[in-house]
Design a protein around this ligand. Structure first.
Ligand code: CTP
Ligand code: MG
Length: 382
């Protein structure tokens, strides 16, 4: 059969600009990793899917994506990741789409429009959208050398579609490029720009991730439910007890006593989520006597809570937690804590604040830590 499509998904980057401690493609967004979103959106049009994973993560990617997807080791640059994947494309595929895992939400419909254009006879097709900023070219000293005509500019996206033979030829070039169409242009081949979509935005920074999060909240009704939760634990007399707080391990701090890891921020958030969904509280769900949860991490409890809240028909709009105590100082690790908590909650927006209590109460006297959380849930339709 002609017209079969192979989809190459370069996912071998580390996501430096996102600043996560894990490869960007493994970051959670709405309960799934970015690479899972990308594969799910492309699968309906693909006869073959090849994902280039960061070295060392191949098995984890294969587990996530299943045996239908060919996972290979990525290269040192995106261009090399694509080159390596190209070597695995089966010859029966007339067309190849190259699609960044970082554009996780690009739709199946967009991929279909790229393919339609290839079927109509184009050899290279890329989605693009008009730019809203005026774009200027500058020299090495940052003086403007040219103002480009905005109406003639397009910000281009993926999936980019090519005939197989053309893309393989173009990739014999040694050039390192940020998109594959660039290599095709260099050969003098016409590259057609079709209308892209906002959902195909590239997730590069935490700000991008927050925008993408708004896009994946499914079918929301306007029914909102708020919940509150608090937790407190005393600092341990055992100096070897580890401190877990806000989803993070705090070396050189003494931990708190408790049935689980004692992460008061995570526990307060769980309670707020259960309260908002009217599903009881931490104790009634996880039971302090259930050995399954002895030593459970805050991350595990948050993930389990998310599952129960989602099963009851809710999506998280946002969660806010305030940590109360003299130490540790939260500010320096706030961004890290926000990321850790958010990842345990499937990528939901989280904010973290902290306060001391002017020497008053058990927190002021340095006897322990507490946290207060609120959660806002949105009810899913249907
Ligand atoms: N990519 C890849 N192999 C590399 C580098 C990048 O397959 N050696 C992939 C990324 O995983 C991503 C896509 O190319 O899906 C676009 O790259 P980018 O958004 O820049 O991702 P990262 O390189 O991971 O991010 P950063 O540049 O911030 O480190
Ligand atoms: Mg990069």
């Amino acid at each position: 059969m002609s017209d079969l499509v192979a989809v190459i998904i370069p996912a071998g980057g580390s996501g430096e600009r996102l600043g996560a401690k894990i490869p960007k493609a493994l970051v959670q967004l709405g309960g799934k990793t970015l690479v899972e979103h990308a594969v799910a959106n492309m699968a309906p049009v693909a006869n073959q899917i090849i994902v280039a994973a960061p070295a060392g993560y191949e098995a984890q990617f294969q587990d996530l994506l299943g045996s239908e997807v060919l996972v290979i080791t990525g290269g040192l640059t995106r261009t090399f990741s694509v080159k390596k994947a190209l070597a695995h494309v089966e010859k029966e595929n007339e067309f190849i789409l190259v699609h960044d895992a970082a554009r996780a939400l690009a739709s199946t419909a967009l991929a279909l429009r790229v393919i339609d254009s290839l079927r109509a006879g184009e050899r290279a097709v890329i989605p693009g959208i008009a730019v809203s900023d005026t774009i200027k070219r500058v020299d090495d000293d940052n003086y403007v050398t040219k103002t480009l005509t905005r109406s003639k500019l397009r910000a281009v996206q993926t999936p980019q579609g090519f005939t197989r033979k053309l893309l393989i030829k173009a990739h014999t070039s040694p050039d390192d490029v940020t998109d594959d169409a660039g290599l095709v242009e260099d050969r003098g081949v016409d590259v057609k720009v079709i209308v892209g979509e906002e959902r195909a935005m590239k997730i590069t920074t935490m700000h991008d991730l927050a925008i993408a999060e708004r896009m994946v909240i499914p079918n929301i009704t306007n029914e909102m439910r708020v919940g509150i939760g608090t937790d407190a634990h005393a600092f341990s007399e055992n100096p070897a007890r580890s401190l877990w707080l806000g989803g993070l391990f705090w070396p050189s701090e003494i931990g708190v006593d408790g049935h689980s890891d004692g992460d008061v921020a995570a526990h307060a958030i769980c309670d707020a989520l259960f309260a908002a969904a009217a599903l009881g509280d931490l104790g009634s769900n996880f039971g302090t006597s259930d050995p399954k949860y002895a030593g459970a991490s805050g991350a595990q409890l948050l993930a389990e809570t998310l599952q129960r809240v989602a099963a009851a028909g809710y999506a998280i709009n946002n969660v806010s937690v305030q940590i109360v105590g003299n130490r540790p100082k939260i500010a320096a690790r706030r961004a890290e804590a926000i990321f850790a908590l958010s990842q345990s909650l499937g990528g939901a927006p989280v904010s973290v604040s902290a306060t001391t209590t002017d020497g008053l109460g058990f927190t002021g006297q340095g006897l322990g830590l507490s946290a207060i959380a609120t959660a806002l849930l949105l009810r899913n339709a249907g």
